[in-house]
Design a protein around this ligand. Structure first.
Ligand code: VG1
Ligand code: CO
Length: 559
């Protein structure tokens, strides 16, 4: 029998979850009791339902995941949790955690990831709590967790539980009078079974392997050394019969091989080049924890996430899941371009615009009002889980391509011809000094809310824009009426063009400024986005004085 030990501790400052969990440098999490404090606070925030409960635990395989799983096991045992479902080797993708919470109806789950942030001892780690609906904890819960971290005095732990998480199986421990169970589960099995029930795998297999009517459709799937590796191997190699040459970087590495596991044109440039120079029909990449996706077509034709969402919204009848569950509404985060809004209107579906962060979609899904949603930051997903889902998005695209027989580029061009095109770009200025960035946001908000700003004209490169609306976006959840304030500065012009500026909530040091630009063209749909948006970008840089405040004359990443 093992006994519970109460350890006294002192609060750490700054354990405030951001857009998606608490993300800090690994060395911050390695400080004495830092991680223990946060785990205890997560459990305390769930106090009412904790005793006798089951939780899911897993992460993206980055440095420190296994050590933290071990801490979660010991602290959960100390706090009356009855059972943990732990991914083998600590591996579970973020969408897989969401699915497992829902499938086994657990109290929630703890996800160990800093998502697209680099890993390794000198980089980032993260901890996120997901609730019983499988979704990231809403603001109310993360505020509770944060408050608890500020006055924590002790945590409870069972130090002599030793559990091997490398092998699938059940371990039982006697703790005090009760029993504590750790079940190590296959990291991919439940998720893969679920995907097979959502999509028509034989149809996708025929697409990839070719038939009398059509030559094989060549794909290149890049896991960026992140958590999706084992999922991609099981789905693409074993289930869909693709060859080894169809996948790359499919072994999760603690430091992602030194790569920045963020599927965009800058950090997934390898994949883009390989598809550009090879004869691939389709390329996809996923981030460290498997919830983001990037989709490209032949010759690396790039699909912006905003367009990806809109195209999928218009083609859901090709996916068996939606044929049986029906299509409810659509949603996007505020900075995401409004392409999907036009599809919603054409199909007569409800359309929602929420703040940045997947947690804001959950209530709408739970209320049966939302089927498909996305963010411009390479996030796409549906109500099959409560997280965005990278592999799901790739399979959704392949289903659509199999059914329509079109190429990726043909799909996009046809879509733009029907609906017009929302040109979109995002500029990221990563890890700038914090103080000047905060000052920039304050000054910009002051400018935007000063009398005369609405109605003022701004010109660059021969184009003029008149301000129609300027605000700091706020959102009231239509289901529980909770309000999220100050979610991004937004300037909308009379022709519908838009500038959005916000500070990232996922970085671990300094400030990352995100500038989002979009504008709609009904007819001129085949232009180059950077060129089309150049005047508006110039206006945005002028109004915000971004270069002056950040000291950067160019962004770190352009999407
Ligand atoms: C970023 C994205 C946001 C996304 C969040 C979590 O947040 O902009 O759309 O939901 O990351 O994604 P921020 O606050 O840095 O802009 V992930 O894949 O990092 O969990
Ligand atoms: Co992620």
């Amino acid at each position: 029998m093992s006994s519970i030990v109460t350890v006294s501790t002192n609060p750490y400052e700054g354990q405030k979850p951001g857009t998606s969990g608490l993300r800090k440098k690994v060395k911050v999490f390695m400080q004495e009791n830092y991680t223990e404090n946060f785990i205890q606070s997560i459990l305390d925030a769930n106090k009412e339902a904790l005793v006798g409960s089951t939780l899911v635990v897993g992460g993206d395989g980055r440095y420190l995941v296994k050590e933290v799983v071990d801490k979660i096991i010991k602290i959960s045992a100390g706090n009356g949790v009855a059972k943990l479902l732990v991914g083998q080797n600590g591996i579970l993708s973020t969408p897989a955690v969401s699915h497992i919470i829902r499938k086994y109806q657990t109290l929630g789950g703890i996800v160990l990831t800093a998502s697209h942030n680099p890993g390794g001892i000198n980089n980032d780690f993260g901890i996120k709590f997901n609730c019983s609906n499988g979704g990231p904890a809403p603001d109310g819960t993360t505020n509770d967790i944060y408050r608890l971290t500020t006055d924590i005095t002790e945590y409870k732990i069972v130090p002599d539980i030793h559990c091997n998480i490398d092998e699938v199986g059940v371990s039982r421990f006697k703790v005090g009078e009760g029993e504590f169970v750790v079940e190590v589960i296959d990291s991919v099995k439940d998720y893969v079974e679920y995907m097979k029930s959502i999509f028509d795998f034989p149809k996708i297999k025929t697409l990839l392997q070719g038939s009398e009517l059509r030559k094989p459709f060549k794909v290149l799937i890049d896991s960026m050394n992140g958590v999706t590796g084992p999922y991609v191997r099981r789905i693409f190699l074993e289930e869909l019969g693709a060859s080894m040459g169809s996948v790359r970087r499919v072994t999760p590495l603690e430091d992602f091989g030194g790569a920045h596991p963020d599927p965009n044109l800058t950090y997934a440039a390898d994949l883009v080049n390989e598809v550009k120079n090879g004869d691939f029909d389709f390329g996809a990449a996923f981030d460290g924890d498997g919830d983001r996706n990037m989709i490209i077509g032949r010759k690396a034709f790039f699909v912006t996430p905003s367009d990806s969402l809109a195209v999928l919204a218009s083609q859901l009848e090709h996916i068996p899941y939606f044929r049986s569950s029906g299509v409810k509404g659509f949603a996007r985060s505020m900075p995401t371009a409004a392409a999907v809004d036009r599809v919603a209107e054409a199909l007569g579906k409800e359309m929602f615009q929420v703040p940045t962060g997947w947690k804001y979609f959950g209530n709408l899904m739970d209320a049966g009002r939302l089927s498909l949603c996305g963010e411009e930051s390479f996030g796409t997903g549906s109500d099959h889980v409560r997280e965005k889902d990278g592999l799901w998005a790739a399979l959704a695209w392949l289903s659509v391509l199999a059914a329509t027989g079109k190429s990726v580029e043909e799909m996009l061009v046809a879509h733009w011809q029907q609906y017009g095109r929302n040109y979109f770009t995002r500029y990221d200025y990563e890890e700038c000094p914090s103080d000047p960035c905060n000052e920039m946001m304050q000054e910009l908000e002051k400018t935007m809310t000063s009398p005369g700003f609405v109605g003022s004209q701004h010109s660059a490169a021969g184009k003029s824009y008149t301000v129609a609306l300027a605000d700091n976006f706020s959102y009231m959840d239509p289901v529980d009426r909770s309000v999220a304030m100050k979610q991004g500065l937004r300037i909308v012009f009379e022709d519908g063009s838009r500038i959005v500026v916000r500070l990232s909530g996922t970085g671990s040091s300094g400030a990352t400024v995100r500038l989002y630009i979009d504008s709609y063209e009904a007819k001129d749909v085949l232009g180059d986005a950077q060129q089309m948006l150049q005047p508006l970008i110039q206006v945005a840089l002028d109004i915000s004085k971004l270069q002056q405040y950040t000291g950067r004359d160019a962004p770190t990443v352009i999407t």
